[in-house]
Design a binder for this molecule. Sequence first.
Ligand code: TRP
Length: 333
Amino acid sequence: MSTQELVLTGDRPTGPLHLGHYVGSLANRVALQETCKQFVMIADVQALTDNFENPAKVHENVFEVACDYLAVGIDPTKTTIFIQSMIPAIAELTIFYMNLVTVARVQRNPTVKTEIKQKGLEESLPVGFMMYPISQAADITAFKATLVPVGEDQLPMIEQTNEIVRSFNRIYNTDVLKEAKALVPKCARLAGIDGQAKMSKSLNNAIYLKDSADELVKKIQKMYTDPNHLRVQDPGKIEGNTVFEYLEVFAKDTAKVAELKAHYQRGGLGDMVVKKYLMEVLEEFLSPIRARRAEYASDRAQVMNMLYAGTQVANETASATLHEVKKAMQLIY
Ligand code: TRP
């Protein structure tokens, strides 16, 4: 990845982050900060679009998500971490971009459509929720990001952003805004422990970065495997078997995973043996993260000061972009 890339990503603070977040984008961010200028945003304004009646939840999870970032190794000396609601330029850009997008177009956004269904918002859809892709375009363009590391469910957001960029630059005859590419990891999404296609807080099927060793064991114990693998001596299926899917992603000993797979498919290997191995693998992965996280979580002032400092830096960049945008729109008086 070249140093020229400008990276922006973020997460909604509606709960602590889980392994799906790690695989989907946290891992990429930890790598990208070594070569790119990177901004990571805690998207509290976006979180409110479907949690506006629950401000305390969003407030508390800003801190939780910040602790998760620090624990996985997003380093505030290399990455600017900031809070969305403290960047007024993002809100102003959103207003300007709203003119460039039709209602029909936001209604067609596949990510929004899925979420509306999932959250049962069909009958009482808040305008703010329906148009959050426009505010996400403001997030990305405020920093002139060229690269956005995200899970594959976010691809329609990047597409929508680039449409806005092209419309804006054409209509206002400028090249102020930059198009962005998505960076989707090899394993684009991690299944939930129940075998559903996506790990997510709202599906209640997540393993959190902050889960204790005990919670981890319990979750792996009830993890979805091959429902037809009833007796140890029977052959089992690997496809759709969540335990093997996780081993594929997290186990470093690929030879051992291959051997377990072959044995399982032949028959004679019980689910519990494979799960025990996954427990070891995930505990080895999570225990240092958990320890670092506990340290940060015990020093709230330090974490908040890091966020304030990042927000100040982010504000300078976003305000500068806003000024250029207003200039292109003949709004400087
Ligand atoms: N929509 C993202 C999510 O659901 C969070 C987000 C908000 C984001 N703004 C962003 C991601 C800008 C990438 C870039 O997790």
